[in-house]
Design a protein. Structure first.
Length: 301
């Protein structure tokens, strides 16, 4: 098979591992920077060009679209879909998962457990917003933040008011969430391929840090999931329409609660923590699924 990996940096661990796994399984792999693609939008014969040449004869693509290039990256994925190329994650599903508010509304509509969440843009009724989610301590997030950036823990109502007012001054959309204290600064990343959790790790924030992101110095260890955690993670990925996803959940007193569904989950942390060849499992999934005409929008919203 001829497979394209849409990635801006071929040296990233995840991109390198997918190239290695694909080549070991006998496939032709090409890394393509989606921002350097340009397209003809036509009903008869849509095309994509890259470095002066037309991209053609691909059987499948693996989108590794960074959050900062979601708009153009998903346009390139959509163009491949118009060309009848199988995408392991489809453009609509990527867009859906990247919009934090939209994704949470979709999960809530399907009854998935989540922290109590408030959303605002420029409200002056800060105290009412804080009360809506049960008061401090609470977590305040910028809607566009990634990897723990733009996330603040406010331990008192007064601190929460100050942070919300500061964010409001930036004219940003704000998420205000219940703080799950019993999680102890740890979350669980479930790696989904198809309808299975193929690997899971517990990410623990460093001392004094409530964010568990590995980019922020957190540590990762293998973890055994409960049946409820496993099914919740699989349902969350399915609701987003993602075939490959990283689902982040917390262990709360009222069961697992979903924090985020990631459409381009990193491979380094999960492979090192679990010693599983996740990259090869993604390629093997594509081998089974990549048939002409197989790409279609899954789910709604």
């Amino acid at each position: 098979m001829k497979i394209a990996i849409l990635s801006r940096n071929p040296k990233l661990y995840s991109t390198r591992r997918l190239v290695e796994a694909g080549e070991e399984l006998g496939h032709e792999i090409q890394v393509i920077d989606p921002l350097r693609c340009y397209m003809t939008i036509a009903s008869q014969r849509p095309t994509i060009h890259y470095k002066g040449e037309e991209l053609k004869d691909f059987d499948a693509i693996i989108p590794r679209i960074g959050a900062s290039v979601t708009f153009y990256g998903t346009a390139v994925v959509r163009q491949f879909e118009m060309m009848n190329v199988y995408s392991v994650n489809e453009s609509v599903a990527i867009s859906r998962s990247r919009d934090k508010l939209r994704s949470m509304q979709l999960l809530a509509r399907k009854g998935i457990g989540m922290p109590v969440t408030g959303f605002a843009h420029s409200t002056k009724y800060t105290n009412d917003l804080i009360d809506m989610v049960g008061g401090a301590p609470l977590v305040i997030k910028l809607l566009e933040g990634t990897q723990g950036i733009g996330v603040v823990l406010a331990e008192t109502n007064k601190a929460a008011e100050s942070v919300i007012e500061a964010f409001r001054g930036l004219r940003e959309n704000i998420l205000v969430q219940e703080f799950i204290k019993e999680a102890g600064g740890a979350d669980i990343r479930c790696f989904i391929i198809g309808d299975k959790v193929v690997a899971a790790m517990k990410r623990q924030g460093k001392e004094g840090e409530f964010r568990s992101n590995l980019h922020r110095g957190g540590s990762a260890t293998i973890v055994r999931l409960t049946p409820e955690e496993r099914s919740t993670a699989i349902r969350a990925a399915r609701i987003m329409g993602l075939s490959v996803a990283g689902v982040d959940l917390l262990r709360s007193n009222h069961g697992p609660v979903i924090m985020e569904v990631n459409s381009s989950p990193g491979l380094e942390g999960i492979e090192l923590a679990t010693e599983k060849d996740v990259a090869a499992q993604i390629i093997q999934f594509i081998e089974k699924q990549a048939k002409p005409g197989k790409t279609k929008t899954r789910g709604k919203g």
